[in-house]
Ligand binder design. Structure first.
Ligand SMILES: NC(=O)c1ccc[n+]([C@@H]2O[C@H](COP(=O)([O-])OP(=O)(O)OC[C@H]3O[C@@H](n4cnc5c(N)ncnc54)[C@H](O)[C@@H]3O)[C@@H](O)[C@H]2O)c1
Length: 371
């Protein structure tokens, strides 16, 4: 681990970000380096989902350092915390794809449950060793999802008071981690907080997820898969808005509290994919003159698929003055344009790790590999 330069440390937070090579973690690090004076240590296992290219601009920054490691490796976690001495920890490292959680739930227990417990235990030991000023200032933010609340009925929204009802192995692992975070605050007094963010979109998302997958399969001239009847509703939050919300929660959130993050930018999946196709028609028209929408293919639904997510972010707005700035149509248009760039290096790197195959369905027998 290269230590970030010492002269920037005094008075400025030192933030340990786990999973910082992932989609949201990298956006958070870009935000921290550009908009704050924080020193950042990125601790990431570099799984298939990691996008180191999302941090190309950070590598030479004296306020940034990277260390490869697994959040479930207690010795390594304790070691980096002791060496880096964070003011705050922002814990994003996780397995995140619902379809993969259906195939391999044990991987999600390892990274999301054991990994979070390992981070909490190391953070607690470190926090207890600090002086009273440092202890009062310390924060541990667990970056979680609104999927822990399950499908939202009717026209309602979830908020911080909603009951937990996870429906996928992914959501169950994040819910479990949330409960441990809460327990560490209640039992030991660790100044821990939880964010429950909704579906996030933007540049550098691994192309197994709906939006980049729709764009890249459309451009490749392949069928664009839409699960079931495509009437599932999602509340889309731009990754830069998500990153800014995380910083607000770290800097001003109340320990022991959770904060729901959403933008009320709600789309049915089928409408969202159609909108993406129309934007691609303008950016890169098909040679035969047809719309990319002709490639949409409705495929068998995901088992246990939640019908509707909708988040009320009123608490974040009222307490921390956060509002989404990029989550509307312009953010979606910029995102589609970003994925449609002729950046073959990025696409090739993703293709080497994921060829676009259907996950979470073909081998339901594989789900027996429990921990
Ligand atoms: N993407 C979303 O729509 C969304 C929405 C709400 C909340 N979240 C949460 O935000 C966090 C980040 O999500 P994302 O979309 O950026 O994820 P991602 O899959 O893009 O990236 C995850 C990162 O974590 C790393 N990682 C995985 N397991 C690890 C381990 N055991 N040790 C260390 N590093 C490990 C990976 O290498 C990768 O860089 C997750 O905790 C996720 O549950 C995501």
């Amino acid at each position: 681990m290269r230590q970030p330069a010492a002269e920037t440390v005094d008075g400025d937070p030192r933030i340990l970000v786990t999973g910082g090579c992932g989609f949201i973690g990298a956006a958070l690090i870009r935000y921290l380096l550009a908009q704050t004076r924080a020193c950042v240590l990125n601790f990431d296992a570099l799984t298939y989902a990691a996008m180191p290219a999302a941090l190309n601009g950070a590598a030479a920054n004296p306020r940034y350092a990277f260390e490869q490691g697994d959040v479930a490796d207690g010795r390594h976690v304790r070691d980096i915390i002791a060496r880096f001495r964070p003011t705050w920890i922002c814990h994003l490292a996780a397995e995140t794809h619902v379809d993969r959680s259906i195939d391999r739930p044990a991987d999600f227990v390892h990274s999301n449950v054991t990994g979070t417990c390992t981070m909490l235990a190391a953070a607690l030991t470190y926090w207890r060793e600090q002086g009273s000023r440092e202890r009062a200032h310390f924060r541990f933010l667990h970056v979680s999802t609104d999927e822990v609340f399950g499908s939202v009925a009717g026209e309602g929204c979830v908020d911080e008071t909603s009951p937990y009802a996870p429906n996928s192995p992914y959501a169950a692992s994040k819910a479990s981690a949330d409960h441990f975070v809460r327990a560490y605050h209640q039992t030991y007094g660790l100044p821990a907080l939880i964010s429950n963010g909704t579906n996030t979109f933007g540049p550098y998302q691994f192309p197994e997820k709906l939006i980049p997958r729709a764009i890249l399969t459309a451009l490749a001239g392949k069928p664009i898969p839409v699960y079931g009847d495509g009437c599932q509703v999602r509340d889309w939050l731009h990754v830069d808005d998500h990153a800014r919300a995380l910083y607000r929660i770290l800097a001003g959130g109340r320990p022991g509290e959770s904060y729901a993050i959403g933008s009320a930018n709600r789309w049915r999946n089928r409408d969202l994919v159609r909108e993406i196709c129309h934007q691609l028609d303008a950016l890169q028209p098909r040679r035969d003159g047809h719309s990319h929408a002709a490639q949409i293919a409705f495929v068998d639904d995901r088992p246990g698929h939640d019908q509707r997510y909708a988040v009320d972010a009123g608490k974040l707005r009222r307490e921390l003055d956060w509002r989404p700035a990029n989550s509307g149509t312009a953010g979606l248009r910029d995102t589609v344009a970003w994925y449609a760039r002729p950046d073959t290096a990025w696409r090739d790197a993703c293709r080497a790790r994921y060829a676009g195959e259907r996950l979470g369905w073909a081998d339901m027998a594989g789900c027996g590999d429990g921990p």
